[in-house]
Design a protein around this ligand. Structure first.
Ligand code: ADP
Ligand code: MG
Length: 547
């Protein structure tokens, strides 16, 4: 890795350069050769030493070690110093800063950035808008279910539409509010309801404050009489009664704590808060499949039957799911209510990804920082990865960062390939790190076999090693059938490749091989606190072959 080779060198040079220049500054001129001597002998008289900052000495003693290499290092340094003559010696960050940066605005490539233009999602965005426009007419929009794999622009599109909806509702003064919840984070009924309750309580209190403020401005004015015309108030005391009433209502809203209440109390707080004012409320539940997976469909059931009980307001739900089949797990009533309208976000193809990237890159990168092949290659890689725009943007950003580290001012095709490799390793590390322990043991067994050079590993061999590993760390031993299932799961995650081969009359067996880099994967497994206890695995596997 050129990168790790360069940096320690570079930074060492900067530090050393700095030290020597302060030394000459401190000690008066003419003594520079002297100080060099003192350096190499290491026997400075104490009195002189006392003038020098303590840290300098510690640098000296650290850089002292292999004297020869240090000298050549110093020679190189002197030459370099001579090059830039009287310029102040560069600090640690100067070099990094001075290179023509590749990025104009890197944030634009991060997932948190919401683009204002979403090419190739016009159709989905228009469909959403057509459904939601009824909210602006005071009607209840149909519930919407949005499906699509990750990175197909669901969240970005839904947020875009909801921003527009709220902006328009303000413009025409039609009361309509959108609340967004990410159910991957907020994943229980309690938390979803509590979060919604608190959001509506807050918005009610703001509305009350505004109202009180308006009423107060009516009172005590010179022309109060004339101002009251056309209002429901006859005199000031009626206004102040109304203010007191509003203040009481404001106080009555109790913020819901994040734990501790019975769920029906949370629900009724939420219900009351929503129904306090006339309005249409759109509740957007992103990653809704995660909520159902974790906590079942009670939340959705409760939300979808609210409209029959609400007096002043109306609720409409937008559910967003990465999992196309998640409605299979829903109560049929919830399923039909939630799926009144369905919008599918298909994967992007390479050409569409190219458009998306081109648009973002024009803002993110300096002009002509990208060579011609970069965007098409990012698009092609991400198109293979189920048309994932997030992946495409990650690739582009990572490629830019790698080019930056190479200190070039061009991102090239090779940076994209390196980025692809880096992202893939990061993904593997993350997947492996979060595997359940039993799967980790199975994977470890496969790795040990591979490291022994075993080809066409079969399930029986994996199982034998797996059992020994379990004994080693006192883990439960699963049946061979279960282990076979775990191997299939690892296969689906893309960590191993398991092909069923026919052995003629001996039946069929699986041939297993690792699809991920051995070293990195093993390192992740061994970082697990329990697997890390397995000591010296080498002879351990050997023993198995001696059996
Ligand atoms: P999903 O919610 O479907 O997983 P996101 O909406 O989060 O996907 O999109 C992933 C990333 O790709 C985000 O950074 C988003 O801004 C970007 N993106 C997706 N679709 C488009 C598009 N059509 N135009 C521009 N950027 C897009
Ligand atoms: Mg999303």
């Amino acid at each position: 890795m050129t990168d790790s080779g360069n940096r320690p060198d570079g930074s060492g040079r900067e530090l050393a350069g700095d030290t020597s220049s302060t030394a000459t500054d401190d000690e008066s001129a003419g003594s520079s050769s002297n100080s060099d001597d003192a350096d190499s002998s290491g026997e400075q008289p104490l009195s002189e030493d006392a003038d020098q900052p303590l840290s300098e000495n510690s640098f000296d003693s650290r850089t002292r070690e292999p004297t020869e290499t240090r000298e050549t290092h110093f020679d190189a340094l002197l030459e370099e110093e001579a090059d830039d003559d009287d310029e102040a010696s560069p600090g640690l960050f100067d070099d990094l800063l001075s290179g023509e940066p590749i990025f104009e605005n890197k944030e634009v490539l991060r997932p948190a950035y919401t683009p204002r233009k979403l090419p190739h999602r016009e159709e989905q965005i228009n469909t959403m808008a057509t459904i939601l426009v009824s909210a602006l007419r005071g009607d209840t929009p149909s519930n919407i279910l949005i499906y699509g794999k990750t990175g197909t622009g669901k969240t970005a599109s839904a947020k875009f539409v909801s921003d527009e909806l709220e902006a328009t509702s303000e413009k025409y003064e039609v009361p309509c509010e959108v609340e967004y919840i990410n159910c991957e984070v907020t994943d229980t009924q309690y938390r979803v309801l509590a979060q919604l309750a608190n959001k509506f309580i807050e918005s009610n209190q703001e509305a009350i404050d505004e109202r009180i403020h308006k009423l107060e401005s009516l009172m005590g004015a010179d022309d109060t009489e004339s101002q009251l015309e056309g209002t429901t108030f006859d005199n000031e005391s009626e206004i102040s009664q109304r203010i007191t009433q509003l203040e009481t209502e404001r106080e009555a809203f109790d913020e819901v704590p994040m734990t501790g209440w019975p769920t029906d109390r949370v629900y009724s707080s939420f219900f009351d808060a929503v129904d306090y004012r006339e309005r249409v409320v759109v509740i957007m539940l992103d990653e809704i499949d995660k909520l159902v997976e974790k906590s079942g469909d009670d939340t959705l059931y409760n939300l979808s039957r609210m409209n029959s009980e609400l007096e002043h307001s109306r609720v409409s739900i937008i559910g967003i799911s990465n999992d196309l089949k998640f409605t299979d797990f829903l109560d049929p009533r919830v399923k039909s209510s939630l799926g009144e309208e369905e919008i599918v976000f298909p994967p992007y193809d390479a050409n569409q990804l190219r458009d998306i990237l081109t648009h973002r890159a024009s803002v993110a990168f300096k002009d002509s920082a990208l060579t011609d092949d970069v965007i098409p290659l990012c698009a092609a890689f991400a198109a293979q990865e189920h048309g994932d725009a997030r992946r495409a943007l990650d690739l582009l950003r990572t490629a830019g960062e790698l080019a930056e580290r190479d200190s070039t001012d061009h991102v090239e095709e090779d940076h994209v390939r390196q980025a692809q490799e880096k992202i893939e390793i990061d993904r593997v590390v993350e997947v492996v790190r979060t595997l359940p322990q039993q799967s980790k043991l199975v994977l470890f067994a496969i790795i040990l076999l591979e490291k022994q050079g075993v080809h066409n590993i079969n399930t029986g061999e994996v199982y034998n090693i797996y059992k020994r590993l379990c004994e080693e760390i006192d883990a439960d031993v699963l049946t061979q059938r279960r282990v076979t299932d775990l191997i299939s799961e690892l296969d689906m995650l893309g960590i191993v490749n398991a092909v069923v081969v026919s052995k003629g009359r001996y039946g069929r067996t699986k041939e297993i091989s690792l699809s991920v880099p051995v070293e990195e994967t093993e390192a992740v497994l061994l970082s697990d606190s329990r697997l890390g206890d397995i000591e010296d695995v080498q002879p351990f596997v050997q023993a198995r072959f001696d059996n």
